[in-house]
Structures are given as structure tokens and as C-alpha cells.
Write a protein that binds this ligand. Structure first.
Ligand code: NDP
Length: 461
């Protein structure tokens, strides 16, 4: 039996890497994790956590307006960007410290270095200039924001990572993309009073979400004053003498803004990681190719999280890491179940979705009953806030199983977590109907949708 320096060497201390390292270390194995930046990864340092704190901050402007009819006078409200920016950085550093402590408690060695794969059992620590060996190597290096280098002047565009650290709040911003990050940051900046424009190549934002939700979100963001330019991309960014940027769009429009931000997707961090040295196969998009057990084609090398480009969400990376530990160290082979994963977009109105969209269900051949309701919440009516909520259930006409739940409106991300339990459990619409409402809430509308807005003939066409 060859002897190795470690039982497990993890490259990348983000959500997936930390969980795998921690659990394996707690089992008494010799574990090291290498991190080139800071423990915490995208979610904690430059993703979910700071983003959500920024979203909370941006919501105050509307909350202050809503407060008036509730008897509050908040005319003194004033926003200070450095306070938010620095407090958020302090918070993510605090959380990073907790991650570090948890690793130490599990006896994981933390190596502050960029590690690359040298061969199937060897990792090179590039700053220290030494190599170490491990029986197993786990790749958990995540991804980074894609910037289209073929676009002239692309380097003048910032990314979401830069946005958290801006010296000052811009007066105007142009955001490229129509997905999660574009809409969330447009919501943040617009809420903070920044003149915000989205430029998106498709016809309607949030491709992949249910068409009713996409239309609802796009219309409401327009209503709130976010400009959305569809069917167009940025062809060039040029710096102007006044410090602003000029973006030339493919539809011949020109947009001048203090900042231009790329939110056109993320790319797995496999570049220069040495995976070729060990013969690890990649997908066409440069992600590490893995099976349901997160195994690569090299028996001693595994990968979890965004670097595998499966479902790029923190809780998924964590589940993949736990499944890896169960399989490799606890004697319980566990495949990660990627079906019916709920997700939320923290834009305004926020979105929660789980299961099949109407389009996906039809494409799979389901005959459907569609239930849909739109309303203004009691709080919004009272406040004079025009934002409406939309809820939609996609139900199989034959079996009555609820295949998909789609919500856009206040608290949608909170509601969708529980709706996901019912979709995962394949509960029927009748079971939803038999559940008594909680009053007065917006969520009660979910169990009060009596008649379908459309009902397919169940007989095959
Ligand atoms: P998304 O895939 O959500 O969106 C990318 C957007 O960029 C799409 O609108 C896409 O258009 C557009 N796009 C892609 N390539 C180009 C191009 N070359 N030129 C112009 N537009 C382009 O990626 P994000 O970067 O927003 O987020 C990355 C991932 O991170 C998400 O998919 C999600 O998994 C995760 N995430 C999750 C969050 C959450 O859970 N709340 C928050 C933030 C990120 P098209 O639609 O036509 O493809």
C-alpha cells in the first residue's frame, strides 16, 4: 500500500470544499484544504451572503415609502454607501472566520496557497513550491464571472465581485445579462437610487423560468423604473473623459453610465488547475466531468460544486460534498439527487420556483391543469404600493400531482422552501386543497386556488 501525506486533499475552501473537509476530518482522517484567496468561497465572500445583505439594504427605500400610510414619517432617510459596503465586508470576514474555526475543530490543515493537480495523487502548492500526496483529491474550486473578452473594451466592465467593493455608489449603471445576477444587482442598485438599465440578448429576462413569472417580473421591474433593453448585447465599451463609460449596443443604441457590469454567466475555475496532468476529463464548458457520485474518470479524483457545472447553487454543492463523504468514508454510497431543486431570485419582486415550468411539463408530454392567481397583498394595498404577486401551480391533469410551483412576490423565496417539500413528495392538488389556509398571509393563496385557468383534455392528443 503506498503511503500518502493525506487521506484527502481538498482544493478550494468554499461551501462544498469546506463541508467535505470538515466531515472527513471529523472522522479522524488526515485532511488538508488549500485556498488561494480566503476561506468561504463565492457564497460567503462574493455571492449569496453579501448579495442578500445588499438586497435587504435596497429594500429600505420602498419600505420607507410604504411606511407613510402606517403612520411613520421617515423623511430624514439618507443612504451611505461606505457604511453598507464596509459593514458587509466585516460580516463576510466574520463568517469566513467561523468557517476557519470549524475546519480547525475538525482537525483539517488549512493551506493558504494555490494548489494545482500534478498527478492522480499529487498536488503542487504553487506559492510554497512543494508537492504533497493524497490518497484522494477533491476539486471544489467553484467558478468565476465570465467576461466576454471578444467584446472591445470588455475590461471596462465590472463584475458582481467588484460591485461589492466599489469606492462609491454610481449614479447610473448598465448591467449586461438577464439571469440571476443581472436581476438581483439591478434590484439592488435601483433600490439604492441608481439609474439602472439592463441589456439582455433574449426577448424576456429569466430564461428557464415559467413564462408567466418572466413576464410578471419584467413588467414589474419596468414599472419600478428599471430600463430593460431586450434583444441586444454590448458590442463595445469605451471610457469617456468624464469618467463614465459608453456602451455601444448591437441594436445601435448607445448607453452612457458610470459603471457597466457583466452578469452574463459564470465559468468553472478549471483553467491552469493541472487537471490535464492527471488526465481528468472536462465538459465542453470546461467543467469537471463527474458521475452521480461526484467521481471523475480518474479513480482518486473527485469534484463537487460549481466546478462541475451541474446545478450551481450553494446547498447543492453542500449536498454533493455530504454525498461524497458518505460514499467514500462512511460506507454509504450516496448519489446526489438533482431533481426538483427549488431556487430563488432575490430581485424585486422576488421569485421562488420549484419543479417543472408549464413549458417543461408540456414538453414532457403532460396534460395539465394550470392554477394561477395574481393579487396585491394586504400590506401593499394599504401602503399604496402597486407591486402585485403572482402564484402558479402546474398540475398533472391525469394524476393531480403538483409538478411545479412558481411564485413572484414578497416572501416568495421563503414560501418556496416549503412548497418544494410537497413537490418532492409528489403531493396532489387535492392534498394542497385539503390544507387549511393560514390567515392573513399571502401564502394562503397557494391553498385557495379553486378553479384552474386552463385544463387540458386528459386523453392523449
Ligand atoms: P445566468 O445563467 O443566470 O444568466 C446569465 C445571463 O447572461 C443570461 O441571461 C444569458 O442569456 C446571458 N448571457 C450569457 N452569455 C451571454 C453573452 N455571451 N452575451 C450576452 N448575454 C449572455 O448566470 P448568472 O451569471 O446570473 O449566475 C450564475 C449562476 O449562479 C446562476 O445560474 C445560478 O446558478 C447561480 N446564482 C444563484 C443565485 C441564487 O440562487 N439566488 C444568485 C446568483 C447566482 P440567455 O438567457 O439567453 O442564456
Amino acid at each position: 500500500m503506498p503511503t500518502y501525506d493525506y487521506d484527502l486533499f481538498v482544493i478550494g475552501a468554499g461551501s462544498g470544499g469546506v463541508r467535505a473537509a470538515r466531515l472527513t476530518g471529523a472522522l479522524g482522517k488526515r485532511v488538508a484544504v488549500a485556498e488561494q484567496v480566503q476561506v468561504g468561497g463565492t457564497c460567503v465572500l462574493r455571492g449569496c451572503v453579501p448579495k442578500k445583505l445588499f438586497v435587504y439594504s435596497s429594500e429600505y427605500s420602498q419600505n420607507f415609502r410604504d411606511a407613510k400610510n402606517f403612520g411613520w414619517s421617515v423623511d430624514w432617510a439618507r443612504f451611505d454607501w461606505p457604511t453598507l459596503r464596509d459593514n458587509v465586508q466585516n460580516e463576510v470576514n466574520r463568517l469566513s472566520g467561523l468557517y476557519l474555526q470549524n475546519l480547525e475543530k475538525s482537525h483539517v490543515e488549512i493551506i493558504d496557497d494555490r494548489a494545482i493537480v500534478q498527478d492522480a495523487h499529487t498536488v503542487r502548492l504553487t506559492r510554497e513550491g512543494r508537492s504533497v500526496t493524497a490518497e484522494k483529491i477533491l476539486i471544489a474550486v467553484g467558478g468565476h464571472t465570465y467576461r466576454p473578452s471578444e467584446t472591445k473594451g470588455y475590461e471596462y466592465g465590472i463584475t458582481s465581485t467588484d460591485a461589492f467593493l466599489l469606492e462609491e455608489l454610481p449614479a447610473s449603471i448598465l448591467i449586461a445579462g438577464g439571469g440571476y445576477i443581472a436581476l438581483e444587482f439591478a434590484t439592488v442598485f435601483a433600490g439604492l437610487g441608481v439609474e439602472t438599465t439592463i441589456v439582455y440578448r433574449g426577448e424576456r429576462v429569466l430564461r428557464g423560468f415559467d413564462h408567466d413569472i418572466r413576464a410578471h417580473v419584467q413588467n414589474d421591474m419596468l414599472r419600478q423604473g428599471v430600463k430593460i433593453i431586450c434583444g441586444s448585447v454590448i458590442e463595445e465599451i469605451a471610457p469617456l473623459a468624464n469618467g463614465k463609460k459608453l456602451a455601444k449596443l448591437s441594436n445601435s443604441m448607445q448607453v452612457e453610465a458610470d459603471q457597466v457590469m457583466w452578469a452574463v454567466g459564470r465559468t468553472p475555475n478549471t483553467n491552469s488547475l493541472g487537471l490535464g496532468n492527471a488526465g481528468v476529463e472536462l465538459t465542453e464548458r470546461g467543467a469537471v466531468k463527474v458521475d452521480a457520485y461526484s467521481r471523475t474518470n480518474v479513480p482518486s479524483i473527485f469534484a463537487v460544486g460549481d466546478v462541475t457545472d451541474r446545478v450551481n447553487l450553494t446547498p447543492v454543492a453542500i449536498r454533493e460534498a455530504v454525498a461524497f463523504v458518505n460514499t467514500e468514508y462512511r460506507g454509504t454510497p450516496t448519489a446526489t439527487d438533482h431533481a426538483d431543486i427549488a431556487s430563488a431570485v432575490f430581485c424585486s419582486p422576488p421569485v421562488g420556483a420549484v419543479g417543472l415550468t408549464e413549458e417543461e411539463a408540456r414538453a414532457q408530454g403532460h396534460k395539465l391543469k394550470i392554477f394561477r392567481t395574481g393579487f396585491r397583498s394586504m400590506k401593499h394595498v394599504f401602503a399604496g404600493n402597486e407591486q402585485r404577486s403572482l402564484m402558479k401551480l402546474v398540475v398533472d391533469a391525469k394524476t393531480d400531482v403538483v409538478l411545479g410551483v412558481h411564485i413572484a412576490g414578497p416572501d416568495a423565496p421563503e414560501m418556496i422552501q416549503l412548497a418544494a417539500v410537497t413537490v418532492k413528495a409528489r403531493l396532489t392538488k387535492a392534498q394542497w386543497d385539503s390544507t387549511c389556509a393560514v390567515h392573513p398571509t399571502a401564502a394562503e393563496e397557494l391553498v385557495l386556488m379553486g378553479e384552474p385557468v386552463s385544463h387540458d383534455n386528459e386523453a392523449p392528443a
